[in-house]
Design a protein around this ligand. Structure first.
Ligand code: ADP
Ligand code: MG
Length: 482
């Protein structure tokens, strides 16, 4: 029997507002325990929540970015459960009427594009944290996180493999950072996924029983947890058993998932509209204002790069992995003369995603932190395009720029790296190499192509890489054909 995997993700993105969802306490990460929990967060009697306008604006921004429907009126509801890190005894969330419904996100797997549809995105507050490490016989409670604004983003069960789920999570992660609603820091828990996984006989259109794996905070764990879970469920079914709907935890050390609790139903939470909060209403004019402030989105940029600059779609995809990277590319391009060098866009795109991205990666830097400016990068590539330097020398100059030596033209002048364009001088050096290597010349004339490469190599060596290899090849061929 062939099995088909079905996955839907619920993602919690912590909104990067300065204060909490319903109080004025700060949200900064890493403060000493319980120093950022005010009376509202610790649920003292008589306090009242006030919704954070900035958090609502960010939810609207997300809704617009995914082409979803922004509900002009949505409702905050109480989700009741008992847990030590939840002082109110309920979490304020949205249930029947969330702020965003519908929309979709494009993913690319093995060169194919696919749309993952979203069910909803709703606003809610985070709970506090139970601390186990460093305590004996008791548990510490830190309420700094209590009340932190979250956007819970729920996908349709549209994904068919762990790979697709990871591609979706990455695209979502890139998008929330792009539109600046979440810092995306997965180690700090600012972006975490629950994976709902089921399997069914291939060709069936009924959904199988799912398990939900909670709190996956890295893309690798997401992939491993789903792969383990799919195998586990198939084994159960092939043995004639039934999958139990439950909540599971992924243990990274053992690389397995294990049961945490039987799945709770919505009625277990006794949802009801929060009487302390008015229905949330967003006006048409406010939505338009948020729309006007929206940065150009990755998909728009991608099609612009392909249509206007002739860049390959796969390269455009890499350029738009983050807004910093895309902007670095665009500014690099802006520093060049596109009339004289219309093809330079492709070269700068490649250099951005290979050389620059590679060096940034080695140094553990984001594109916004690298030690060269996009203008310097653009100028450097223009010097290759106009023949001032060879691409081999460009690498040496890039290293110097990275080390802080500044402008490429200054480095070329200071180090005397200009490509030899004087053909008289090149002819002389070629004659010298031919004269000094009679055996290689004889080998080449006898049909050994390799011998020719070695002659070119020697010319390049004598010119310290400053000769144009194509020109050297031409001169040597001409001289040796006689
Ligand atoms: P909850 O988990 O809170 O009960 P839902 O029932 O709305 O919420 O489902 C949550 C997630 O589970 C959604 O992302 C949805 O796409 C996914 N899902 C629902 N049924 C299945 C299934 N049979 N297999 C895989 N994913 C599923
Ligand atoms: Mg769920």
């Amino acid at each position: 029997m062939k099995w088909e995997t079905v996955i839907g993700l619920e993602t919690h993105a912590q909104l990067n507002t300065r204060s909490k969802m319903f109080s004025a306490a700060a949200t900064a990460f890493g403060a000493a325990p319980n120093t950022q929990a005010c009376a509202v967060d610790i649920a003292l009697p008589g306090v009242l929540p006030v919704a954070n306008r900035e958090a609502v604006a960010k939810a609207v921004r997300f809704g617009l970015a995914i082409g979803g429907n922004i509900n002009r009126r949505s409702i905050f509801a109480r989700k009741n459960y008992f847990y030590p890190d939840l002082p109110k005894g309920y979490q304020i969330s949205q249930y029947e009427m969330p702020i965003v419904q519908g929309g979709a996100i494009g993913i690319y797997v093995n060169g194919k594009e696919k749309s993952v549809h979203l069910t909803r995105a709703h606003l809610e507050e985070d709970a506090g944290k139970s601390l186990h490490e460093g305590f004996h016989d008791f548990t510490g409670i830190d309420l700094n996180r209590a009340g932190t604004p979250l956007l819970e983003i729920v996908s349709e069960p549209d994904m068919r493999s762990a790979q697709e789920a990871v591609a979706y999570a990455k695209a979502l992660h890139a998008l929330v950072r792009w539109i600046d609603i979440c810092d995306g820091n997965m180690q700090e828990g600012s972006f975490r996924c629950d994976a709902n996984v089921s399997v069914r006989p291939a060709g069936s259109d009924r959904l199988g029983t799912r398990c939900e794996i909670k709190n996956l905070n890295s893309f690798r764990f997401l992939e491993r947890a789903i792969e383990f879970e799919v195998k586990r469920q198939i084994e159960i079914l092939e043995d004639g058993g039934k999958v139990v709907q439950e909540t599971r935890l992924y243990d990274a050390n053992k690389d397995e998932t294990r049961s945490m609790r039987i799945k709770e139903e919505a009625h277990d939470y006794r949802y009801f509209p929060d009487p302390d909060l008015l229905p949330l209403s967003v006006s048409e004019s406010w939505i338009r204002e948020i729309e006007r402030e929206m940065p150009e989105l990755p998909e728009t940029k991608r099609s612009r790069y392909v249509l206007e600059r002739g860049i390959a779609p796969s390269v455009a995809l890499q350029l738009t992995a983050s807004r910093d990277k895309a902007e670095f590319f665009e500014r690099s391009l802006g520093a060049t003369n596109l009339v004289l060098f219309p093809k330079i866009a492709e070269d700068i795109a490649n250099s951005t995603i290979t050389s620059i991205a590679g060096m940034a990666n080695l140094d553990g830097l984001e594109f916004s932190q690298i030690p060269i400016t996009p203008q310097q990068h653009g100028k450097l590539r223009e010097r290759v395009a106009d023949g001032t330097i060879s691409s081999k020398i460009a690498k040496e100059i890039l290293d110097a720029m990275w080390a802080g030596e500044g402008d490429p033209d200054a480095i070329i002048a200071k180090r005397g790296l200009k490509q030899i364009s004087d053909s008289g001088e090149l002819e002389r050096i070629c004659d010298e190499v031919i004269g000094a290597n009679p055996s290689q010349v004889a080998d080449y004339k006898g049909g050994k192509e390799k011998a020719f490469n070695s002659l070119v190599g020697q010319v390049m060596k004598l010119t310290k890489g400053k000769a144009n290899p194509q020109q050297v090849t031409e001169i040597l061929k001409r001289k040796l054909s006689g």
